[in-house]
Design a protein around this ligand. Structure first.
Ligand code: GDP
Length: 207
């Protein structure tokens, strides 16, 4: 899929404030610093679209972007449907209060379970680390909720040869202990552009 345009629309504190659910949307979530903003900017080929390393845990908002906004230019209609890309607030910040943690949980739970046009959730996992409890717990929760999700292993360029494959395998093995059907997974590097085509083609197939 080609990305012709990508623009910020709005930030919402609760799913009911999100834009009308009139087109499919694909959301990105992960631990703070996992490389979510960098991945979004790489996918959209637009530096500065999502804010890289904004103040950790400060604002917890659901950020909507519109991709390939056909309403603005009919000649682009050939390129396929427009869709929303959603940047969700990350988890695992060290410095957030119990109250903030709770509000994150209910905001995300509501969004994931009630946003009717959510086509897929991409859970980002840092490929440099062995499986982390916080990530496995989050993914297990998604499995229990039975929401469609895929995993994107980030920062592959930072690994020594073999380390990415090893960490990905360990994570997928850990998931397989609880779930019979492994979710789709991708390996990415925001620096090299790895995974861009694969993730966009996956979205295109769902769209
Ligand atoms: P976020 O908090 O999940 O949005 O993470 P950011 O996108 O802000 O990235 C956190 C840090 O990791 C920043 O210093 C990025 O430059 C760096 N980073 C993110 N993705 C990659 C990547 O694919 N490769 C490398 N080498 N660094 C990355």
């Amino acid at each position: 899929m080609q990305i012709i345009s990508a623009s910020y629309i709005k930030s919402s504190a609760i799913y009911t404030q999100c834009p009308p659910a009139d087109k499919a949307e694909y959301a990105f979530i992960g631990r703070s610093n996992v490389g979510k903003s960098s991945l979004i900017n790489m996918l959209c080929d637009k530096k500065g679209l999502a804010k890289i390393s904004s103040a950790p845990g400060k604002t917890q908002l659901i950020n909507h972007f519109i991709i390939n906004d056909l309403a603005k230019d009919n000649t682009k209609a050939k390129q396929g449907k427009s869709w929303y890309l959603v940047d969700l607030p990350g988890y695992g910040y060290a410095k957030v209060s119990q109250k903030q943690r709770k509000s994150w949980t209910s905001m995300i739970e509501d969004y994931i379970l009630k946003r009717t046009n959510l086509g897929n959730l991409f859970v980002l996992i840092d490929s440099r680390h062995e499986p982390q409890k916080i990530d496995l717990e989050f993914v297990d929760q998604l499995g229990e909720w039975q929401v469609p999700f895929a995993i994107v292993f980030t920062k592959a360029d930072k690994n020594k040869p073999g380390a990415t494959v090893k960490n990905v395998q360990m994570f997928m093995d850990a998931l397989n202990e609880n779930w019979a059907d492994a979710p789709p997974h991708f390996v990415s590097s925001a620096i090299r552009g790895d995974g861009r085509k694969e993730v966009l083609d996956f979205i295109s197939d769902l769209n």
